[in-house]
Each structure stands twice: as C-alpha cells, then as structure tokens.
Design a protein around this ligand. Structure first.
Ligand SMILES: Cc1cc2nc3c(=O)[nH]c(=O)nc-3n(C[C@H](O)[C@H](O)[C@H](O)COP(=O)(O)OP(=O)(O)OC[C@H]3O[C@@H](n4cnc5c(N)ncnc54)[C@H](O)[C@@H]3O)c2cc1C
Length: 312
C-alpha cells in the first residue's frame, strides 16, 4: 500500500498550493486529480486579479503552479477519488481507476465545484450545443453572433466581458443586479454591444425544429412580462455545486454539500482538511483558494507533528 503524510485531492489552485506548502514542510505529498491539473483556471481566459501575475491566461497560471509543485517534489497521479475513510490515526483513499488503496496521515480535500444548471425546458436538449458553461472553450464559435449570458456575479461579468469582444451582441440576464466588483461591472456596461436585463428569470430555452433560437424570460418578482430574445448561444453562470459527493457518508458536509471548516481549514474529522471553492465560504477566487491551501497544509503539518509526539 502506498503511504503518504499528505494526500491532496484536486489539483486546482487550492490543491497545488497545499501540495507546495506540504512538501516545503517536509511532508511526503501525493496530489490526485481526475482531469487536468489547473482546475477552473484552465477554463478562464484572463485572470487579472491574482497579485503579481498581471493579466495572465488561466492555463498559463495553472501550468506555472503545476511546474512549481513538481519542481519541489510533489508526486502526482491522475485519479478520481470515490471514497475516504478515517481509521484511528490513518486515512484511506479509494479511487475509481483501480483497486489500489492509498494510505495517508492527512487529507486535504480541494475538489472545487461544477456549474449549477437551471433545469428548465430546453436545457437538456441544447446543452453542449447552444448552451455552454465555458466561454474560453466555446466563445470562438460566436464571432459576430448574438450571445446571452445568464447570471450577474464575478464569473458572468468576467466571461461576459470576454464574450463581448467576440460576439456581435451580448445580453446579460440576471435575477438581481450585476453583483461582481464595481469596476468590472461598469466596464461591461460601458461596452457598446452589451445590454443588461436585471431582475429577470429565464424560464425556457426555445427552439424550432430542433434548432436553438433563443431564450424566454419573465420578471423575477411577478412572473409576468414574458419576453423572448433571439440569440445563437447562451452561457450560464449561475453558481456552483461542490464536488463533494464522494464525502456524502462522512460528517463534514454542510449546507449545499460544501465542506464546513474552521479558520484552520479543519473539518470535524481530525486530519481531514478542506480548501478552496469546495469549502463553505463567501468569496471563491484563485487568491482565496491558494490562501486556503496554504493554511490547510500548514495545519496538516502541525497535526502530523502532534501525532508523532504522541507516538514517542
Ligand atoms: C468562468 C470562470 C472564470 C473565473 N475567473 C476568475 C478570475 O478572473 N479570477 C479569480 O481569482 N478567480 C476566477 N474564477 C474562480 C476560480 O477559478 C476558482 O475560485 C478557483 O479555481 C478555485 O480553485 P480550487 O482549487 O478550489 O478548485 P478548482 O479550480 O475547481 O479545482 C478543483 C480540482 O479538483 C478536481 N477534482 C474534483 N473532484 C475530484 C475527485 N473526486 N478526485 C480527484 N480530483 C477531483 C477537479 O477536476 C479540479 O481540477 C473563475 C471561475 C470560473 C468558472
């Protein structure tokens, strides 16, 4: 059985930072990732608010973090974690790929989130064709076309700004106002091809003969004033669901399936920590994910030191 001081689940910015801090604290660290290292940064066109990095492409920042972790000696494996177990002072990690059981003294869960969906008529039919959750992946096919973004938070505004440089027109439909940082909101509103519809609720993705034609929305409060906007594609940015299904049988999840942690990133299971977007928290950004990762790894190291003191 492979044995580690620390197994980090997820190689987004939280997990990569945790792994870096872990090896620098002299821990034997394994980082597991089910897709490509980088997490959501890979699908972000430009990150402009990570201190010191200036305006940087998300994939580039992801690669820099991954190379940094590897240079310091973090072991890495492509695996999807399906279950963790805590047996006295030892943790066991099970994966989808094979029957190997990995043992660790500590675990940091840094599995991030996936996009929330609306679950309204037409979504199932048009998802992956006219409906997307990734502007950087699918934005290019809407050059000089009409695009709608649903949502008004940081992701909607940042990705909307990117899409506005490609599309002929960009319509933002949100059930509140734009709630991203004011500078970004003002800039987006100032663009000549952008139109914002606040306090609306999207009720249907409309099609004709199997072809997507637009979206239907109503006033959020009254459900009245039905309107249809014709467009070629839609991007949904309406929040996130944590990748924590594999922890369902544990006691560490709070509301919405997010991990409940204290300020030291400790969960209620000793030796299991949470970091990044999968935690219950207010601001989900690269900088807060990396901060959580650093704290979690530091606490994992302190936990292991205490375990070793107990043994002698
Ligand atoms: C469109 C968009 C634009 C954004 N723009 C910005 C921005 O400009 N600036 C900014 O600071 N932030 C931005 N963010 C937010 C930022 O990307 C996230 O806050 C950050 O990536 C969270 O990092 P994380 O490590 O917690 O999670 P993630 O980046 O989500 O990484 C989690 C990783 O865990 C892996 N994983 C999940 N489950 C398992 C499992 N069971 N086993 C193994 N691996 C698993 C996932 O595949 C993923 O790679 C944006 C987000 C989006 C969606």
């Amino acid at each position: 059985m492979r044995k580690y001081d620390l197994v980090v689940i997820g190689a987004g910015p939280a997990g990569m930072t945790a792994a870096i801090y872990g090896v620098r604290a002299n821990l034997k660290v394994l980082m597991l990732e089910k897709l490509a290292p980088g997490g959501q940064m890979i699908n972000t066109n430009e990150i402009e608010n990570y201190p010191g990095a200036g305006k940087v492409n998300g994939s580039e920042l992801a690669l820099q973090m991954f190379e940094h972790a590897q240079e310091l000696g973090v072991e890495f494996d492509y695996k999807t974690v399906t279950k963790i177990e805590s047996i006295e002072d030892s943790k066991r990690i099970y994966t989808e790929e094979d029957d190997e059981v990995i043992e660790a003294l500590t675990i940091i869960v840094a599995t991030g989130t996936r996009p929330r969906t609306l679950n309204i008529p037409g979504e199932e039919e048009f998802k992956g064709s006219a409906i997307s959750w990734c502007a950087i992946c699918d934005g290019a096919k809407y050059r000089d076309k009409d695009v709608v973004v649903i949502g008004g938070g940081n992701s909607a505004v940042d990705e909307g700004t990117y899409l506005a440089t490609i599309a002929k027109s960009l319509t933002i439909i949100t059930d509140l106002e734009l709630t991203a940082d004011p500078v970004s909101c003002d800039y987006l509103r100032s663009l000549p091809n952008v139109n914002v519809f606040p306090y609306k609720r999207v009720v249907e993705f409309v099609g004709k003969g199997g072809e997507f034609t637009g979206i239907k929305f109503v006033d959020k409060e009254t459900g009245e004033n039905e309107q249809v906007i014709e467009c070629d594609g839609v991007f949904e940015y309406i929040g996130a669901i944590p990748y924590t299904d594999f922890l369902e049988k544990t006691t560490i999840l709070g509301s919405g399936g997010f991990l409940e942690v204290n300020e030291r990133m400790e969960t209620t299971i000793p030796g299991v920590f949470g970091a990044g977007d999968c935690n219950s928290k207010h601001l989900r950004q690269v900088v807060t994910a990396t901060a959580d990762g650093a704290i979690a790894a530091q606490e994992a190291s302190a936990y292991i030191k205490a375990l070793r003191r107990k043994e002698v």
